[in-house]
Design a protein around this ligand. Structure first.
Ligand code: DAT
Ligand code: MG
Length: 153
């Protein structure tokens, strides 16, 4: 049971929002069978984004990345389910859309690494860190999906 409550942090970046791709992306996670735990549409501050990408602070693209991420609103979400961190990354595709297979979000919907429309946690550890950075505990919603027994055996 515990593995089925694994959680990941997914965010639709400003380009995904501006391009009208929120519905398409949410649909993919919903139709897969993952459960939405939290969702927040916000203009993220530079401080929050610097913290979010702190591991990349020495990379040459870091300032541009923070600027791009703060250039418009983002849709921040928490999704839950069996192996959702790893499966979420598979659904996203590779960091560079050019290396992403058709059928993945980045493979289907974007072209350049600097405009790759979506973020997804890369490990359970970073998921937990990112969820607590973006959401207060009371913003995480617990409920039992009526589809649960039809998704898990
Ligand atoms: P991911 O978003 O797939 O987890 P990452 O954590 O390595 O990738 O990098 C975070 C974001 O930084 C990535 O989504 C886009 C940007 N980025 C990564 N590598 C880049 C590069 N070589 N040039 C420009 N932007 C880059
Ligand atoms: Mg990453």
């Amino acid at each position: 049971m515990a593995a089925k409550t694994e959680r990941t942090f997914i965010a639709i970046k400003p380009d995904g929002v501006q391009r009208g791709l929120m519905g398409e992306i949410v649909k993919r996670f919903e139709q897969k069978g993952f459960r939405l735990v939290a969702m927040k549409f916000l203009q993220a501050s530079e401080d929050l984004l610097k913290q979010h990408y702190i591991d990349l602070k020495d990379r040459p693209f870091y300032p541009g990345l923070v600027k791009y991420m703060s250039s418009g609103p983002v849709l921040a979400m928490v999704w839950e389910g069996l192996n959702v961190v790893k499966t979420g990354r598979v659904m996203l595709g590779e960091t560079n859309p050019a290396d992403s297979k058709p059928g993945t979000i980045r493979g289907d919907l974007c072209i350049e690494v600097g405009r790759n429309i979506i973020h997804g946690s890369d490990s359970v550890d970073s998921a937990n860190k990112e969820i607590s950075l973006w959401f207060k505990p009371e913003e995480l919603v617990s409920f039992k999906s009526c589809a649960h027994e039809w998704i898990y055996e």
